[in-house]
Design a protein around this ligand. Structure first.
Ligand code: 5GP
Length: 113
């Protein structure tokens, strides 16, 4: 299977602004930000989409949630942020390597568009 865009970024084959990295995941600034802060939190394991995650990914998914807490505290946006996962093309997914959008720095409406 060929590397995904995000695998190429973490392998430093494609440049990106990496704001966080640990053993299991990394976060970059989105190239087309939809808010003053727009990060993508990405597992190093290239899971295609959230619905493709398996029981063996339970710890990794929990790790991602705890990383959101750490990253947002470090950036002092933990008081208000929006977390989004687009699962499938019809939901807006364009890169088929699981990623969590972390958006902050403006007000967000509900329901989302
Ligand atoms: P999706 O649409 O799959 O939920 O989110 C993919 C995100 O990746 C989009 O918000 C898009 O702007 C971002 N993106 C696409 N290509 C690049 C890139 O080369 N670098 C970075 N930093 N973000 C990218």
């Amino acid at each position: 299977m060929s590397d995904t865009l995000f695998t190429k970024i973490i392998n430093r084959q494609i440049p990106a602004d990496i704001v966080y990295e640990d053993e299991h995941c990394f976060a970059i600034r989105d190239i087309n930000p939809q808010a003053p802060v727009h990060l993508l939190l990405i597992p190093k394991k290239p899971i295609d989409r959230l619905s493709a995650a398996e029981a063996g990914d339970q710890a990794l998914l929990g790790h991602l949630m705890l990383a959101v807490g750490k990253i947002t505290r470090d950036l002092k946006i933990d008081n208000a942020f929006r977390l989004a996962i687009n699962n499938g093309a019809d939901a807006g997914q364009s890169v088929f390597h699981l990623h969590l959008h972390i958006l902050a720095g403006r007000a967000f409406s509900w329901p989302p568009g």
